[in-house]
Design a protein around this ligand. Structure first.
Ligand code: SF4
Length: 111
């Protein structure tokens, strides 16, 4: 794993999840609606990069951090399937796509 750059945790004061008072369970849920909501909140967060760096560094076991889904300490890809899109999209295909900062893309794992 490449060396991650940790920044002072002053960004937490501006974290979107804190500012909006979002219930914690939204970020730690198996429900796709909750996961989508969490990812959308993260897209507006000024602390997205240090949040994601911190989650990777701590190998967070679970949840949405920095707009990405974590399971068993790893950041998972939410890949679209190959081929023609289904007439009825799978719910997981409708999750918001949050770009991963270039310096963290090597940490991505397939589900
Ligand atoms: S990136 Fe998401 S989980 Fe991290 S502090 Fe911001 S809103 Fe909260």
């Amino acid at each position: 794993m490449q060396a991650l750059q940790y920044e002072p945790e002053t960004w937490r004061a501006d974290a979107e999840c804190e500012r909006l008072g979002v219930p914690t369970h939204v970020f730690f849920s198996d429900d796709l609606g909750d996961i989508a909501q969490a990812k959308r909140i993260c897209t507006e967060c000024p602390g997205l990069v240090p949040c994601l760096e911190g989650a990777l560094g701590r190998r967070e076991p679970w949840g949405v951090w920095g707009g990405q889904i974590f399971r068993n300490g790893r950041m998972l890809a939410t890949k679209r399937r190959r081929g023609r899109p289904s007439k009825v999209p799978r719910p997981e295909d409708q999750l918001p796509v949050v770009p991963i900062p270039v310096h963290l893309q090597s940490e991505l794992r397939s589900a």
